[in-house]
Ligand binder design. Structure first.
Ligand SMILES: Cc1ncc(COP(=O)(O)O)c(C=O)c1O
Length: 421
């Protein structure tokens, strides 16, 4: 029996209606930008496996660091103990984070970094004896699948069955040239109640919302209002972090830096899961007290797992290299040239580029999940390209080590697809 057949006996996949989707392609190995299936077919990973493996799969530098660590210290409780990989990782991270970020709190994935950020914000005010319980988030945001993260997410395709039990959240639209004044007014009004604990946002790009992009200047206007009222500003950089937008972090484009940042995905270069919630000294100080109960009583078993920390150390070392920085710039330039050639194609409604992210809205009407979307997915897989369309949006976010030739193959396949429509 193939992996795919054996899979059906016991496995339950994420984001999947199993009655409709029976086969899951068995992937047996990956190296660089390629995935290899059981039959030996190869697929170019044009979305860096959900934005994680940006230095290429099984990157030699990350493998080396992790291999060394595996034989030295595997796991240790992080309450009451510390270790070198955690300390070094935090020191290295500080070299690239916005300078107002000072403290690092560990968890296991993107969703938990958001839950931690929300709890931190609520307790920050609680510890200061302020009753601030309201949360503001953007419409159509995506912050993850745990209850806190799901509450601040606005994509109802995920939240439907849970709408009545999630945290209450006030939502505002993403600011654009057209609605900017109304959004600012609404935001100001919500915040003037003095009851708002935090404002969470995906800076500059809403990934799951079809790579919807918006201006740093408009976000800065909101942040200025929030900061004046001590509303904790949370940048969810789980998707945008570590070079995707062309800078280390999307927050680097902002004048008003976030109070809290959520990091995961490319943090470990796709080698192992880990999440970090970082914060300013000011946030941390609200927890620093003789009173035990003012501490942050949140802790995951695998907090600061040494092996995950070693993968993060290697990844941070990689993003600081000239080679990777050059890779990011080159991909950005190639994307810009490519969109110029296709933006007037009759099947293209809209194009967007930021850093290594390229999104193309097709001029066809299809649902986010379903047969038509699967047809696009299958078209590209048949041509050896792995990408996951979001409804009628095709996007790519290739590993920073993708060569010009490999990129051209992806572009040409997209062009052929557009012509065949
Ligand atoms: C912006 C953002 N936040 C949070 C998450 C959740 O991360 P995870 O799937 O690791 O829980 C995602 C996942 O795609 C994301 O894009």
């Amino acid at each position: 029996m193939s992996l795919s057949d054996r899979d059906q006996q016991h496995l339950w996949h994420p984001l999947t209606q199993h009655k409709i989707t029976k086969d899951h392609l068995g992937i047996s190995s990956a190296k660089g930008v390629f995935l290899y299936d059981e039959q030996g077919n190869k697929y170019l990973d044009a979305i860096s496996s959900w934005y994680t493996c940006v230095y290429g799969h099984c990157n030699a530098h990350i493998v080396k660091r992790v291999t060394e660590q595996v034989a030295k210290l595997d796991q240790i409780v992080f309450a009451g103990f510390t270790h070198e990989p955690a300390v070094v990782m935090a020191e290295k991270l500080m070299q690239i984070l916005p300078s107002n970020q000072q403290k690092v709190f560990f968890s296991d994935n993107g969703s938990t970094t958001v839950d931690v950020a929300i709890k931190m914000s609520l307790q920050y005010h609680f510890n200061k004896q302020k009753k601030k319980l309201k949360i503001i988030a953007f419409q159509n945001a995506f912050h993850g699948d745990t209850f806190g993260a799901m509450s601040v997410s606005g994509l109802d395709v995920y939240n439907g069955p849970f709408e009545d039990v999630v945290l209450k959240v006030d939502r505002i639209e993403i600011p654009t040239l057209e609605n900017r004044t109304q959004v600012l007014d609404q935001f100001q009004q919500l915040i003037s109640s003095d009851e708002v604990a935090c404002f969470i946002f995906e800076p500059l790009v809403q990934g799951a919302n079809c790579m919807n992009m918006y201006e740093a200047a408009y976000l800065d206007e909101l942040l200025e209002i929030a900061k004046a009222k001590d509303v904790v500003c949370i940048a969810d950089e789980v998707m945008t972090g570590f070079g995707k937008t062309g800078k280390y972090f999307a927050s680097d484009y902002l004048t008003h830096k976030p109070d809290i940042m959520c990091l995961s995905k490319a943090l470990t270069g796709g080698m192992v899961p880990m999440g970090l919630t970082t914060c300013t000294q000011k946030i941390y100080n609200a927890f620093y007290d003789d009173n035990l109960s003012k501490g942050f009583f949140h802790g995951h078993t695998y907090s600061a797992n040494p092996i995950a920390c070693s993968a993060a150390i290697a990844s941070i070392e990689l993003i600081q290299t000239e080679e990777i920085q050059r890779g990011i710039q080159k991909i950005h330039q190639s994307h810009t040239v490519f969109v110029n050639t296709i933006q007037h194609h009759k099947k293209v409604k809209n194009t967007r580029v930021l850093g290594v992210i390229l999104a193309i809205d097709l001029d066809i009407n299809i649902a986010r999940y379903g047969k038509d979307r699967n047809t696009i997915f299958n078209y590209f897989m048949d041509k050896g390209i792995f990408l996951r369309p979001l409804g009628n949006t095709i996007y790519i976010l290739p590993p920073y080590v993708t060569t010009e030739e490999q990129l051209n193959l992806v572009y040409q396949t997209i062009l052929n697809y557009l012509d065949h429509l």
